[in-house]
Design a protein around this ligand. Structure first.
Ligand SMILES: [Zn+2]
Length: 197
């Protein structure tokens, strides 16, 4: 039935100039905006976005981060770093993104399926009500939040595919491991750009 696009964490702090910048983030923000412009209402009945949105996430923030479970302060609710990247923000402002799901208020949260929209509806529930059965997942980062969101999509009963041409990874070895995890979990992968910049 319906196909949805899930855009993961295209936020200032995860792009060049942010507090945990991923090389290629700004470029992928532009590519995703173009994808949304040309495919919303055509290839995708629905487009949603997730946002890392921290109020007091406990040990997720650290002055001595390990960059696995703890990170420098990022995506604080209400701060510029948590806003959508300016290359992507216009398609949200134009109403081409149908809902935004916030995650991580009081804990670490990598998967968009842990988030809720402004009404408190979970991502899985929001998609099911609209009879979406297939989801494509894109965004930042392939080896962190894109990975967790795609794996949770399959667990929640959706057919999921990660579009590598519209995702960017932090590091080569963790991105390669994420691709293995996708294969094992039955997440489809499309695109030819698994190696981070
Ligand atoms: Zn976070």
């Amino acid at each position: 039935m319906g196909r949805g696009l899930i855009v993961v964490d295209v936020q200032n702090d995860f792009c060049e100039g942010g507090s945990i910048p991923v090389a290629g983030g700004a470029r992928i923000a532009s590519a995703i905006a173009e994808l949304v412009e040309r495919s919303v209402g055509r290839d995708y009945q629905y487009v949603v976005a997730t946002r890392d949105h921290h109020i007091d996430p406990g040990s997720h923030f650290s002055e001595t981060p390990d960059f696995r479970d703890s990170f420098p302060v990022h995506c604080v609710a209400g701060d510029e770093g948590g806003e959508f990247h300016p290359h992507f923000a216009p398609v949200v402002a134009d109403g081409k993104v149908h809902a935004v799901f916030f995650k991580g208020a009081h804990s670490a949260s990598k998967s968009g399926f842990e988030g809720a929209d402004a009404e408190g509806t979970s991502l899985a529930e929001w998609l099911r009500v609209r009879e979406v059965e297939d989801v494509d997942v894109v965004g930042i980062a392939t080896d962190h939040c894109v990975r967790a969101t795609a794996l949770d999509a399959v667990k929640a009963g959706f057919r999921a595919r990660v579009l590598l041409d519209y995702s960017v990874g932090v590091a080569p070895h963790t991105t390669a491991a994420a691709l293995d995890d996708f294969r094992q979990a039955g997440v489809a992968v499309s695109g030819e750009a698994p190696v981070p910049e």
